[in-house]
Design a protein around this ligand. Sequence first.
Ligand code: TYM
Length: 341
Amino acid sequence: MEQTPAAPRERRKIIFSAIQPTGVFTLGNYIGAVRNWPPLQKDYDCLYCVADLHAITVRQDPATLRRNTLEAYALLMACGLDPEKSILFIQSHNPDHAQGAWVLNCYTQFGELSRMTQFKDKSARYADNINAGLFTYPTLMAADILLYQTNFVPVGEDQRQHLEITRDIAGRFNGVYGPTLTVPEAFIPKAEKGARIMSLQDPTRKMSKSDPNPKGLVSILDEPGVILKKFRSAVTDSEARVAAGPGKEGIANLMGIYSVFTGKDFAAIQEEFAGKGYGDFKTAVGETVIQALEPVQRRYKELMADKAYLEDCYRRGAQQAARLSHRTLEKMYKRVGFLHA
Ligand code: TYM
């Protein structure tokens, strides 16, 4: 009998995600996104990047941006991403992102960009600098994702709308030119597993690096004493009952954080703290967070002490990323009719 060739090994699915270097990651970034990235390295081909191109949609001090970019890169590694297992790079080091974004800009409608809630929020917050980059931010994000033929994008809940527009743009491009870009899916944690961590001072607003009130956010490099203090002064309610429910957004937020690090569900947490005051609960949450962040903080210090190693990693990461993105960019250029250079 004639021998048939072995079936090709099924290709691993591709994961892409990114984070802006606009300051030390918050507990929201960590729980909603970065913490979920390392386990994916085992079963997927993963790419993770520091989105410095996105960061300049808001005015940045150049020296601070440079420092924040290196720190964000080191933080990704400190959180468990391994340059031997994933491609870890800095967005501006691969020019394909800007080039791909230009093409995709021409397949994105003014109307759909105008509907982006992040654009509306940011243009209200930075009313003196509503630049075109802020407006076309989602097309750059679409390029980030689509250039790698990404299957899944692990992000927090606040990025859902950007993922939807990415899917629309990919679908439109494919509709005009035939299958070219993989239409990606969002990987968003369940609500009670930290898809949206709220400010400790205003539990109706998401925890954000740019919160003007530093007590509202926990940064993953905060000292243990600072973390404990922030949790102890978290805004809750006057009911003194550890349970979720209407008017109890502050407690529900703390329960979500506690649940992520202890693996306990809300019913178990409610039982654990039945009859105890908020003081005990807040201290327990703070201590759990301190314990979870300790290895990240330790590893971060080691990495920042070896800048040559970090440089080596991000250079290699950019080369690996560019090799992959280039294939897609070339395909896109060909599809739209650019003459081969
Ligand atoms: P960024 O830098 O604002 O946030 C990085 C990741 O953290 C998640 N996140 C949260 N999750 C839960 N609760 C919170 N309070 C919270 N705050 C932030 C975000 O959902 C995100 O996953 N535009 C992106 C960066 C980006 C990107 C991409 C992401 C650029 N290109 C391509 C995915 C794919 C951003 O500004 O994330």
